[in-house]
Write a protein that binds this ligand. Structure first.
Ligand code: ADP
Length: 607
């Protein structure tokens, strides 16, 4: 009985170790690094381990006193022994409980501290990755790193370590006390149990082989039967009933032969195990008093349970290895395009006046490497000019804006800001001097004020400055109508605002940055007439006295620009003023405009 109790978890542990061994080797776990995560918590964890030691010791000695109490109880003059040991046991339990409480608190605390720090570093690493990284990494995957992977690691380096230490101590401690109590019996058990495990393993592998053989033989017999039944007409025509029967009988005999071996092995295994356990029990009964027997039983249970928990810890640990790999990958990943200043991109062109030049720019999205999106794009935006990009949807207009924001780097060709290649420019400077107003601006779940000041590092920004930007963007009036005015919360992604209101806040946000270059993507999505007028007015106002590249969808915007660039299939197909392009016979631009004028609206985009 004792042997079998111990055997089950031990066998499970062996199996798990075998299964995982290969994967551990494959993954080349950086254990040192895994544990280094908890470096700052070292002191806290050391104290926790001291209390862990105390609580484990109290647990290990308990069965010893139980045994004494039982032996005392069944001897006639043993009441003083019982009393003494009950008191000791009580004190031991109290100390154990206090130590457990402190241990559990300290480990949990260090775990929480670790996970906070880890989550912070992961998010810091995520947000500085280049935009292309997010094209082929799902958001869910990244939020998983932050939530579940960190949780797994928290458990691994705190709770699991504490469990590991505790169970190992429990096993060693129990064995030590068992030796102290009864050397021969402990030795016998230490021989018998591994022997049973060995026999069980041997039996397992033999049975597995025989079962497979048995199944194969049975399958052969099955095929014979199936064939004969489904081809019964042929069997009848040739009078082959007897032949079939004999053939089937041969097959059956073969499987029966394997079945016999199986039966024999099963008998031998059971006999051997029973013999060994019965022998163990005989020694137990021969050697022990009731109290000692109880203590022994409890120790065996402790050891068995410790093995069982070790097995489950191993699974947790393997999970942690996977989680840590994913987390380290993310923490180690260097963004291909830096988000913060570094030595390669450190120029802050103070004299930049908005002049931008694209020279033979070619581009392919990293996630679609087989499809070139921009081919040899060359044009320039002079200081103070308004350039309109027009053309069919999917032509590459937004991609050009993304390249100017340096969300991606071109495959070849160069973008110059003034005389400096974009790659050499300080990323922080770029964000402060180039603003992008998107078709569908994203707002954050905070106040209108925080959304408008989102891009600013300055904390000394005044309400006047914010209001001025909002007025320019036609947003002030509607904001003032809210009860909490600029402190109104906009809800997740700005759901509490209408599309037009969101756009005007985004324009205010861009204006507050007073960018030298403004990138605009005119909205095509339907807004109500009033809202559309206000947004349009805000956009026109934003363009005054600024260098602007606008992805234009409205005829009025195009008319007001200095030059129109028509993009189709990633190339510039026409370029010039609106009047020039409209005068060209058979021009693509002319066709686009005519088609929309005939349809009776102001939009010149074909979707
Ligand atoms: P436009 O702004 O003229 O409508 P885009 O610049 O958005 O055109 O798109 C140009 C091409 O690039 C399209 O074929 C589009 O499918 C593709 N594209 C746009 N964004 C991505 C992306 N993030 N990853 C892969 N392909 C993209």
């Amino acid at each position: 009985f004792i042997g079998v109790i111990l055997m089950i978890p031990y066998l499970k542990l062996i199996k798990l170790l075998e299964q995982q061994k290969s994967s551990v080797q494959k993954k080349k776990v950086d254990l040192k690094r895994l544990f280094s995560l908890a470096k700052s918590e070292r002191l806290l964890m050391s104290v926790a381990i001291v209390f862990l030691l105390i609580s484990t010791i109290t647990q290990v000695v308990q069965p010893y006193f139980f045994g004494k109490i039982i032996d005392g109880a069944i001897t006639s003059d043993g009441m003083s022994v019982v009393n003494r040991n009950v008191i000791i046991l009580f004190i031991v339990n109290c100390v154990g409980a206090a130590a457990s409480a402190i241990r559990s608190w300290l480990f949990e605390l260090s775990g929480q501290r670790l996970v906070c720090r880890l989550r912070q570093s992961i998010l810091d690493s995520i947000v500085k990755q280049e935009v292309g990284f997010f094209d082929d990494t799902r958001t869910g995957e990244l939020t998983n790193r932050l939530s579940s992977d960190t949780q797994v690691l928290q458990n691994a380096v705190t709770v699991n370590i504490s469990m590991l230490v505790r169970f190992l101590l429990q096993i060693i401690g129990s064995l030590v006390v068992m030796f102290y109590l009864e050397v021969t019996l402990t030795l016998v058990l230490m021989v018998v149990v591994p022997l049973i495990i060995l026999i069980a393993k041997l039996y397992g592998s033999i049975v597995q082989k025989l079962r497979k053989q048995f199944q194969d033989e049975l399958a052969a017999a099955g095929t014979t039967a199936e064939e004969s039944i489904s081809n019964i007409r042929t069997v009848r025509i040739f009078g082959a009933e007897n032949r079939i029967s004999n053939h089937y009988s041969d097959n059956l005999l073969k499987s029966y032969g394997v079945g016999k071996k199986l039966a024999w092995n099963s008998g031998a295994f059971m006999g051997l195990v029973s013999f060994l356990t019965a022998g163990g029990i005989a020694i137990v009964l021969w050697k022990l008093t009731t109290g000692l027997f109880t203590s022994f039983l409890m120790y065996m249970l402790q050891v068995a349970l410790a093995f069982a928990f070790l097995a489950s810890l191993f699974t947790d640990f393997m999970q942690a290895v996977g989680a840590s790999e994913r987390i380290f990958d993310l923490l180690d990943r260097q963004p291909k395009i830096p988000a913060t200043s570094n030595s390669q991109s450190c120029i802050k062109p103070m004299d930049f006046d908005g002049h931008v030049r694209l020279e033979k720019v070619c581009f392919t999205y990293p996630t679609r490497s087989d499809q070139r999106v921009l081919h040899d794009i060359t044009f320039e935006i002079k200081s103070g000019q308004k350039i309109a990009l027009v053309g069919p949807s999917g032509g590459g207009k937004s991609t050009i804006a993304s390249l100017l924001e340096r969300f991606y780097d071109p495959d070849s060709g160069t973008i110059y800001f003034g005389s400096n290649p974009l790659k050499s420019i300080d990323p922080k400077w770029l964000r402060e001097n180039v603003s992008f107003v998107n078709q569908e601006p994203s707002l954050f779940a905070c106040s209108i004020r925080d959304n408008i000041t989102f891009g600013l590092d300055r904390i000394d920004i005044t309400l006047d400055e914010i209001q001025e930007a909002a007025k320019q963007a036609n947003a002030h009036d509607f904001i003032e109508k809210f009860e909490n005015k600029y402190d109104t919360l906009v809800g997740e992604r700005g759901v509490r605002l209408s599309g037009g209101q969101r756009q005007r806040i985004a324009i205010a946000r861009a204006l507050l940055m007073s960018p030298k270059l403004l990138l605009l993507d005119e909205a095509t999505s339907a807004l109500d007439a009033e809202s559309e007028h206000l947004v349009q007015e805000a956009i026109e106002r934003a363009m005054i006295d600024r260098t602007v590249l606008v992805i234009a969808h409205r005829l009025s915007t195009v008319r007001n620009s200095n030059s129109v660039i028509v993009i189709d299939h990633g190339t510039i197909v026409e370029q010039g003023t609106h009047d020039f392009l409209i005068s060209k016979d058979d021009g693509i631009y002319k066709k686009l405009v005519l088609r929309q004028l005939m349809a009776g609206n102001d939009s010149i985009t074909t979707d």
